[in-house]
Design a protein around this ligand. Structure first.
Ligand code: A2P
Length: 274
């Protein structure tokens, strides 16, 4: 059901992951994680601030899969960036997840102090506590600054991308010389979004015989992105994994990209304060 990309440090990342932003801690999260792993997902994306790392760890153990068969991501929160607590925060995340490493550790936002946090994360990487390190919500100017102060390239930049906010320029920059893999968050347009009921998408959906969500996820995959759709419903989690057995043609791809309204579902990385 899945394909992998090889990141710029040589480590493989499954192109489909389950996102658990806003999935409540407890049974809802551990269930969603177990359903996803049963449906063939091999990648789970959480964050300290989501408050559900413990349940993600529980879901992983409940699945019966070996830890090394699952690609696990978590993120360093802004408060811990600002207070210089990257290493402590990392250990706390591992404790909650119940594991002794993560596959990918990400700076969640370019909060004040991210440059020092990056150095701390480089050390975790050198010590092999993490298989890769990366960033989220970095604009081109943040990546340029990072490149100027560090010889370690981020393996990943996790940014908002969906048919309503395609973010193509930043994606092209990442995919250029730096070969940074891009992970699309809110790939379906985010919570309460209206992308999935857009008539332009519905006509493609009818033509290819797949749901609008599957069409959008396939569009991301064909653009070479990693996608981390969120759902708490078993049938949607399963449906969202069935995206490796059909293709969209060039016209469909262009039609979906043309839906871009430039309006974000989430916060603007150049204008946030949290
Ligand atoms: P739910 O968790 O109730 O299934 P994103 O990944 O872009 O943040 O979007 C997730 C939103 O889309 C969630 O509100 C999720 O709701 C919904 N969603 C996820 N998968 C599907 C699907 N296959 N069909 C319809 N809605 C979906």
């Amino acid at each position: 059901t899945d394909t992998t990309l090889t990141m710029n440090n040589g480590v493989q990342i499954p192109q489909l992951g389950l996102g658990v932003f806003q999935t409540p801690d407890g049974k809802a999260t551990s269930q969603a994680v177990t359903w996803a792993l049963q449906a063939g997902y091999r990648h789970i994306d959480t964050a300290m601030i989501y408050g559900n790392e413990e349940s993600v760890g529980q879901g992983l153990r409940d699945s019966g899969l070996k830890r090394r068969d699952v690609f696990l991501t978590t993120k360093l929160w802004n408060d811990d960036i600002r207070s210089g607590r990257a290493k402590e925060a990392f250990e706390e995340s591992l404790d909650r997840l119940g594991t002794d490493y993560v596959d990918l550790y990400l700076i969640h936002w370019p909060a004040q102090g991210w440059q020092q946090a990056w150095q701390d994360m480089e050390e975790l990487y050198r010590q092999r506590r993490v298989r890769a390190i990366g960033v989220c919500n970095f604009q081109q100017h943040h990546l340029e600054e990072l490149h100027s102060i560090s010889s370690t390239k981020p393996a990943v930049n996790q940014i908002e991308s969906s048919p309503q906010f395609v973010n193509q320029e930043l994606i092209d920059y990442c995919h250029g010389e730096l070969r940074i893999d891009v992970e699309a968050y809110s790939p379906l347009g985010g919570t309460g979004g209206s992308v999935l009921s857009d008539p332009r998408l519905e006509s493609i959906s009818r033509k290819v015989g797949r749901s609008p969500a599957q069409v959008v996820l396939r569009w991301h995959i064909q653009r070479g992105l990693v996608v981390i759709p969120k759902s708490t419903h078993q049938e949607r989690i399963e449906q969202n994994a069935q995206v490796f057995d059909f293709t969209l043609d060039e016209d469909d791809m262009k039609a979906i990209s043309a839906m871009d309204s430039g309006i974000r579902a989430g916060a603007d990385p150049d204008n946030f304060d949290f």
